[in-house]
Design a protein around this ligand. Structure first.
Ligand SMILES: [Zn+2]
Length: 332
């Protein structure tokens, strides 16, 4: 009874930890945005000092006895609150996991800390907003500074993960691409070549443009929307090239699991390109290539496939929903 009362009076605090920004929202108040104490913002700084500063900042920002739901931009084990692939944050690789929940709990034991991967949080927000009764499985793909996806089983409200707490880290699979060899040989931030992220994530755009021989590749991120509107064939080819690995992921997901009723594409890069990205994605997904595609066509391909608009998916709201049990992350 006392525990119930404690849960009810706790202030909900939502936190979004990314490589660039740390955003904090207490209750229904304003969202405060601070530069993240990350290696991305401060190259060369001691990762241990950056981590300590993050813990201090959160410890000072959070009211007494609060309930914190935090979306973390790193591959992580959500059961134990341990971050694995935290390169943009602290330069840590898979061999340097950070037990962030334990560190935060040690610093502020009065607070209940709930940590989730940002793609899982995005999935929860996407499901809350767009899933309908009868949908069996929903997938959320983030196309941003990196690429990853999560699938929820809506019949049991679960997000199944492996023994390390991971699922859907597709950004570092080889990209399916019909682009010239120079594009397929592009290097990935993970050290590999030709990965999905090396072609289709936001930071890859100037490199893909250069490999295709597009003029002024360094400024292409800002110039691409206008060049697409003007019908520039080089811009169209560039868009087609960066969409292709994502379209192939969608095609593969649908081929492997007919229970997937809803797929959302979000993330700042895809959302920022907006309608042209959506149109190219639908065009590619609806291509008929074999007998297995007889049920496609643009209407069929677009059905259950949603390119999110900016703001539709909110990882902070998703983290809060997860902390209240909207979906359960389940190890199998
Ligand atoms: Zn990679």
């Amino acid at each position: 009874m006392a525990a119930d009362r404690d849960e009810r009076v706790r202030t909900d605090v939502a936190v979004d930890l990314g490589g660039t920004w740390l955003r904090i929202r207490a209750g229904s108040g304003e969202t405060v945005r601070l530069p993240a104490p990350s290696i991305l913002n401060r190259p060369g700084e001691d990762p241990a000092a950056l981590l300590e500063q993050l813990i201090e900042t959160l410890a000072e920002a959070v009211p007494a006895g609060a309930r914190v739901a935090m979306s973390c931009g790193a591959a992580m084990d959500e059961e134990h609150g341990v971050l694995h692939g935290s390169g943009p944050l602290w330069g840590g690789g898979p061999d340097r996991p950070v037990p962030l929940r334990a560190l935060l709990t040690a610093r502020r034991p009065d607070v209940s800390w709930h940590l989730f991967n940002d793609v899982t949080a995005g999935l929860a927000s996407f499901v809350e907003r767009f899933a309908r009764p009868g949908h069996r499985r929903a997938v959320y793909v983030t196309v941003s500074s990196g690429i990853a996806l999560r699938t929820a089983d809506l019949t049991e409200r679960s997000v199944p993960v492996d023994a390390h707490g991971l699922q859907g880290e597709v950004g570092h699979l080889p990209a399916v691409s019909t682009a010239p060899a120079a594009v397929r040989a592009l290097s990935c931030p993970c050290g590999g070549t030709g990965h999905v992220a090396a072609l289709a994530a936001g930071p890859a755009l100037p490199h893909v443009a250069a490999a295709l021989g597009v003029e002024h590749p360094e400024g292409i991120r800002d110039a691409l929307p206008a060049r697409l509107r003007s019908g520039d064939p080089a811009a169209r080819r560039l868009l087609s090239t960066v969409v292709e690995p994502v379209a192939e992921l969608v095609r593969t997901l649908r081929c492997l699991d007919p229970r997937i009723d809803l797929i959302g594409i979000g993330g700042g890069y895809a959302e920022g390109l907006g309608d042209p990205y959506r149109a190219e994605l639908v065009r590619q997904v609806s291509e008929v290539r074999s007998y297995a595609d007889r049920d496609t066509g643009p209407d069929r391909a677009a059905h259950g496939l949603r390119l999110c608009r900016p703001g539709e998916v909110d990882p902070m709201a998703g983290a809060v929903a997860l902390s209240h049990g909207a979906l359960t992350v389940t190890k199998r």
